[in-house]
Design a binder for this molecule. Structure first.
Ligand SMILES: N[C@@H](CCC(=O)N[C@@H](CS)C(=O)NCC(=O)O)C(=O)O
Length: 238
């Protein structure tokens, strides 16, 4: 059994899709980041970096519980645990790592910064240049992905955790982008036809808060900013 701590966001969706694809038994635990669930002592004991997703594999290596955070690290762990969704070939395995690092170092953070400056920052901090800068970067990254996917079904020779890692933010990026990316769009459509993908994307969907982009930003305000970007977020912890 794998305990999955997450909310209805792209990083959690990646892990849920992989769990569904691999047929691993798991239990979802809602982490409401607008309320501050990620800052409780109980959750910090699981992820001291105060972010979801995180997992506890009750049947980890040697039969011992295994705790892990950072979604791409979780994807690699789950794929290696089952021997599925990752290539054995050295070149393909290196290219898989390349796309996972691209996801974790570029796609995720740039999308996060765009969302921050376009939506979540206080009105006095919503600098047009910042939102524009991150949107340009999202568009550029989609271009890199689009050119790679020309005449390809997947990022590697076969469907893998590289596709799973890149999918959820590619979907939000396509919605934000002003540029057509037909190869990325076709790949999204191809993956969306998989039952495991549909189920994984729906993780914690019923927990979607009105105060988020997905919920229409209704009622989002100072108390939420304090948790995510203010005193509660940056308090020194012992
Ligand atoms: N690089 C991390 C990013 C995780 C992340 O940013 N999680 C967000 C939700 S999508 C979060 O928990 N934020 C709460 C906070 O920063 O306090 C991963 O891939 O797991």
């Amino acid at each position: 059994m794998i305990e999955l701590y997450t909310g209805p966001t792209p990083n959690g969706q990646k892990v849920a899709i992989a769990l569904e694809e691999l047929g691993l038994e798991y239990r979802g635990h809602s982490i409401d980041i607008l309320k501050g669930d990620q800052l409780t002592p109980e959750f910090l004991a699981i992820n001291p970096n105060n972010k979801h997703p995180a997992i506890i594999d009750l049947d980890g290596p040697g039969g011992e519980p295994m705790t892990l955070w950072e979604s791409c690290a979780i994807l690699v762990y789950l794929a290696e645990k089952t021997g599925q969704l990752l290539p054995n070939d050295t070149v393909q395995r290196a290219q898989m790592m390349q796309w996972l690092f691209f996801q974790a170092s570029a796609q995720g953070p740039m999308s996060g910064q765009y969302a921050h400056f376009a939506f979540y920052a206080a009105p006095e901090h919503q600098y047009p240049y910042a939102a524009e800068r991150y949107l340009n970067e999202i568009n550029r990254q989609l271009g890199v992905m689009d050119r790679h996917l020309q005449n390809k079904d997947y990022f590697l020779a076969e469907y893998s955790i590289a596709d799973i890692a890149l999918l959820p933010y590619a979907m939000t990026s396509l919605r934000a982008s002003r540029v057509e990316r037909p190869n990325v769009q076709a790949w999204v459509t191809r993956l969306s036809e998989r039952t495991a993908v549909t189920r994984g994307l729906a993780i914690m969907l019923d927990q979607t808060r009105d105060e988020t982009i997905a919920g229409g930003m209704k009622g989002y305000g100072e108390a939420h900013r304090d948790v995510l970007f203010g005193d509660k977020q940056f308090a020194e912890r012992g």
